[in-house]
Design a protein around this ligand. Structure first.
Ligand SMILES: [Zn+2]
Length: 257
């Protein structure tokens, strides 16, 4: 893992590359930001490259909040590359005043190759959210689960990252089913706080049959914290992206700004 500490010029350029490039088709090539833009990224104080995609794109996590806090959270967007609407909420979280109350890692674009092509799967056609090594089964088509469990570099990198951070809370943001998954007893309280804060309905998601090899299944089985899926609708409204989403996510992990 590579650590880039502080808001150094290099990390700032990298970060702004993401903020300034709606479609991350190419690696960011942003120039060093003018001072006026600097204030917009003041919530981020560390950028970690925790892996690489099949095509070699950097997988990046942005740390906001209080790094000394024992309350740790990881917020993940775009594990499905064509569900990038909620990433706007995460970018807005990174884009405001400092956050207190929790140590939060934000991953706006987990599946970078899929995002670059506006495609659900990674570059090898694997649905990353069916590739995790709990209840994994061979699935085909749109839900192709890979040659074997954890076959994909993105899956392995996220497992390693989450195992190292050991967050109390993991939220994985999707579209378009519009609701907060409340099927895990372990994540019951987190689900309740998200329903209240994000103003989304409480639902149970069955992955169209039974879930196999999802990130939340793996995390909830293997690590002590609670993980759940939040589905936005087909379109994330401006209010959701700028007000309800960032505020609701922070309050769900007992943080604020
Ligand atoms: Zn999804």
């Amino acid at each position: 893992m590579r650590f880039i500490s502080g808001a150094g010029l290099a990390s700032l350029a990298l970060l702004l590359g993401v903020l300034a490039t709606p479609a991350e088709a190419e690696e960011p090539t942003a120039q060093v930001a003018p001072t006026a833009q600097r204030a917009q990224v003041r919530a981020v104080h560390e950028i970690k490259v925790f892996g690489r995609s099949v095509k070699g794109r950097e997988m990046r996590a942005y740390r906001i909040g209080d790094p000394t806090s024992t309350r740790k959270a990881v917020l993940i967007g775009t594990i499905h590359g064509n569900e990038a609407g909620p990433a706007k909420i995460l970018l807005n979280l990174m884009d405001g005043p400092p956050v207190t109350g929790a140590d939060i890692w934000v991953i706006p674009y987990l599946n970078r190759d899929g995002y670059a092509k506006n495609r659900r799967t990674n570059a090898r056609g694997v649905d990353l959210n069916r590739n995790f090594p709990v209840s994994w089964v061979k699935q085909g088509g749109r839900y192709y689960s890979g040659k074997k469990a954890a076959s994909e570099p993105e899956t392995k990198a996220l497992m390693k990252f989450l195992t190292a951070v050991r967050p109390a809370y993991v939220v994985s943001l999707h579209q378009p089913l519009n609701g907060v998954d409340s099927s895990y007893g372990k994540a019951r309280w987190l689900a309740q706080r998200l329903v209240a804060g994000l103003k989304l309905p409480k639902k149970v998601f069955h992955c169209r049959s039974r879930c196999h090899g999802t990130m939340t299944q793996w995390f909830n089985k293997k690590l002590p914290g609670a993980a759940l899926t939040v589905e936005y609708g087909g379109k994330v409204s401006k209010r959701q992206a700028t007000v309800t989403g960032p505020k609701g996510l922070l309050s769900a992990v007992f943080a604020s700004r």
